[in-house]
Design a protein. Structure first.
Ligand SMILES: *Cc1c(COP(=O)(O)O)cnc(C)c1O
Length: 376
């Protein structure tokens, strides 16, 4: 963790206390606190990167060297669509009846904290400073009721690449005996209580040699690990080879926000960038002859299996703040694997184009819709 944290307390008489940025350290809370007894705990995940001093045109492999060469401590720290994190946190807080807060003020405090601890922002490709805003209920009574007291705090830590698998795609174990989210449940909110029940199934998947769980509801795919899930499927009417210049229509499909899916900011950004290709902005390295179409629609495991057999399942990938975009190499279920076509450097052309475009925006190399917000 970095040197400092931001802390602010809420009580029903005084409301929110003046925020304090203080040295990082333990919090003292009552053992009967609502967050410890009834899981009134909400979090967000954001990251901050440094703007680059120059704007080089890069290929995927060159970007590593260029980043280490051009990123300097003089660059301004940048956040990626932080207003969306603030809005989502407000929604999560409402779901567990914690006190609401001023989202603009919290964002300003986060920017201030990041500026104070800016020396902690890594300048190496694939590394960044992770921001963890958290709100916990601190009502010190065992009555099963909403917490009328809360502590909001923000901590920061430098992070490396999410998966230490290097350039290999991740593997997923499809799981439906344990369920991450369900209709009417809380899967669409970033609540701490959604994550503890995923640890046992995750350990089981790891024991069988898979990196993450692919969460199902019956046959229906919801998410992978704590990431949103996408597949790229060549349309039936295409028939021509992808990237060969003849023009190919590809559906980029992700499950819809039906209440069981966490509305990821990387997911929303992926959908917008896919929709922009090729008419508004082509994805780096992807031919404009590949016409991408976004589909927010139900995805089932048998459907994936059929597409794979037909040779139409081009790519599967996961997206999220920590990982940005990760390729999926295989999906296991009932002792067999759906195997995705391998690609040089792990990411397929669509996933790679998205990874490059999103990191270009995050690091200030590519301006898009004001998504990258400089601190101070
Ligand atoms: C945080 C999270 C995501 C990714 O959301 P981003 O805003 O893109 O980081 C996806 N699924 C789950 C379950 C999550 O907790």
């Amino acid at each position: 963790m970095t040197d400092h944290m931001m802390v602010v307390h809420f009580d029903p008489v005084h409301g929110w206390s003046p925020p304090e940025i203080q040295p990082y350290g333990p919090l003292a809370i009552d053992p009967a606190s609502s967050c410890l007894q009834y899981a009134t705990s909400v979090f967000e995940g954001m990251k901050v990167l440094l703007a680059l001093a120059e704007i080089p045109t890069l290929s995927f492999t060159e970007s590593h060297m260029a980043h280490t060469a051009y990123a300097g401590p003089d660059g301004k720290p940048r956040l990626f669509r932080p207003d969306l994190n603030m809005k989502r946190m407000e929604t999560s807080v409402g779901r567990v009846a914690l006190p609401s807060f001023d989202t603009d003020e919290l964002l300003k405090l986060i920017q201030k904290l990041v500026t104070i601890d800016a020396r902690w922002i890594p300048t190496v490709e694939g590394h960044s400073l992770y921001i963890r805003p958290t709100i916990i209920g601190t009502r010190d009574s065992l009555g099963v009721a909403a917490s009328d007291r809360a502590t909001l705090y923000v901590i920061l830590c430098p992070t490396g690449p999410f998966f230490r698998t290097g350039a290999r795609p991740i593997s997923l174990l499809a799981v439906n005996e344990h369920v991450r989210s369900w209709p009417g449940g809380t899967g669409a909110y970033k609540l701490a209580l959604n994550y503890a029940p995923t640890f046992r199934p995750q350990q089981h998947a790891a024991k069988l040699g898979y990196d993450q769980c692919l969460w199902l509801l019956g046959d229906t795919i919801t998410e992978a690990g704590a990431m949103n899930f996408f597949v790229a499927v060549r349309r039936d009417d295409g028939g021509k080879e992808m990237l060969m210049g003849g023009g190919t229509d590809v559906d980029v499909i992700t499950p819809p926000l039906d209440g069981t899916i966490l509305p990821g900011i990387t997911r929303a950004s992926t959908l917008e960038l896919v929709a922009a290709h090729p008419s508004r902005a082509t994805l780096p390295g992807l031919s404009p002859d590949v016409r991408l179409h976004t589909v927010e629609g139900e995805l089932t495991l048998p459907q994936l299996s059929t597409w794979a057999k037909e040779g139409r399942l081009l790519e599967a990938f996961t997206v999220g703040t920590a990982v940005v975009v990760a390729a999926v190499g295989r999906i296991g279920h009932n002792g067999t694997d759906i195997v995705l076509p391998p690609h040089e450097g792990a990411l397929g052309p669509i996933a790679r184009g998205l990874y490059e475009r999103i990191t270009d925006i995050q690091e200030g190399r590519f301006e898009w819709e004001g998504w990258s917000v400089a601190c101070a």
